[in-house]
Design a protein around this ligand. Structure first.
Ligand code: MRU
Length: 363
């Protein structure tokens, strides 16, 4: 999407055809820094430290990480070791396991010397697939926004989103933000309520940044404001992303998503979840079985930002000696989800409905 007047993707291949360049998302919104990934260790570091984050982008970065590993050693053992190391970077998002399995299926049957080029080719296909998928999510999801706009008499449709499920979390377009970008293209007036999304502030730092750079009207709110705005009738629809959706329709997303879904349910606000099918874990029925990433306590105890003297720094916001816990995701049960916006269309949050859209994957 657009950053001022330039078109960017969250990740691309450099001119040497091997190096992967990423926008370092730990530096946004105050610094726009491009980082080069050359080795498997670089790819692992980028995912673990969240220089790249968001379920689909984690998967694609891991796919290129396999290519980087193959350049050093393309044996069977090296392939399996790279897959295992990348898989261990972050536990919750399905797309990581999905992308690594795609790489294994393509590379394992080949001779070792064929694997380097094949890995980069397959990763490139996954990039193209991600862009097409996200674009389709936008094409389906925009119809929900268009329907609401018909009742709004020219006033903007107010959409609440949580965390960052925009182009920074994918390659381009995003998932939850894709219908919003499409609405903007179609000249449907929209306004986005952006949850700040503590502890890492992906909403305030990333969603607000990408919407702002694209020229989309938005307002950042604290995480606890959503319910109040819904009571006042100021939210027409919630659209969020997901890191793993079970075959039964339970949705795992950034911590705090569940509370938004509860508030939406109580206030009759439609709550939609946008996802590529690579996010569906067909092996799980219940969201209770999804592994929830536990992240470091410093993400809760400290906040990063721009200080008044123009330096980027972090400050401690927790009383000394207090215990801190930091679960990164929560599960929204299917009965709170109005619908799932996928690349194949919109469906209810249930095995039956998902199976209608994805009969092959559902088996
Ligand atoms: O911890 P993060 O920043 O990787 O979490 C990202 C999210 O929770 C997104 O909502 C999710 O990955 C969907 S992205 C299209």
């Amino acid at each position: 999407m657009w950053v001022d007047d330039e078109h960017y993707r969250s990740l691309w291949v450099a001119d040497d055809s091997w190096t992967i360049e990423i926008i370092d998302q730990t530096r946004l919104p105050h610094e726009f820094m491009i980082v080069s990934l050359v080795t498997l260790e670089h790819a692992i570091h980028a995912i673990k430290t969240m220089q790249v984050r968001g379920a689909p982008l984690i998967g694609i970065t891991a796919a290129y990480g396999i290519g980087m590993a193959m350049r050093v050693d393309s044996s069977d053992a090296a392939l399996e070791s790279a897959i295992a190391r990348l898989q261990a970077t972050r536990p919750t998002a399905s797309n990581l396991a999905w992308a690594l399995e795609e790489m294994r299926q393509r590379l394992a049957p080949l001779q070792p010397e064929e694997r380097i080029n094949a890995a980069y080719r397959r990763a490139r296909e996954l990039v193209d697939h991600d862009i097409m998928t996200c674009k389709s999510i936008g094409a389906h999801g925009v119809e929900l926004i268009r329907d609401i706009a018909k009742r709004k008499d020219g006033k903007p449709v107010n959409i609440l989103t949580h965390c960052n499920a925009g182009w920074l979390a994918t390659i381009d377009w995003g998932t939850a933000l894709s219908p919003i970008y499409r609405a903007y293209e179609d000249e449907i007036p929209v306004h986005v309520w952006v949850d700040e999304t503590r502890p890492r502030n992906q909403g305030a730092a990333l969603t607000a940044w990408e919407l702002g750079k694209h020229g989309i009207e938005h307002t950042v709110i604290v995480d606890n404001a959503g319910g109040h705005l819904m009571q006042l009738g100021l939210v027409d629809i919630c659209i969020v992303g997901t890191d793993r959706t079970t075959a039964g329709g339970d949705v795992c997303n950034k911590i705090g998503t569940y509370l938004k879904a509860l508030a939406a349910h109580d206030n009759g606000v439609p709550f939609f979840v946008a996802l590529p099918s690579s996010t569906i874990d067909w092996s799980l029925e219940s969201g209770a079985d999804i592994p929830i990433e536990q992240r470091g306590s410093e993400e809760v105890s400290h906040v990063y930002g721009l200080t008044d003297d123009g330096a980027v720094g972090r400050v401690d916001v927790v009383a000394p000696g207090s215990e801190v816990v930091n679960p990164a995701f929560d599960v929204t049960p299917r009965h709170l989800v109005t619908g799932l916006i996928t690349e194949q269309g919109i469906c209810g949050a249930s095995r039956e409905e998902l199976t209608k859209l994805f009969p092959v994957q559902a088996g």
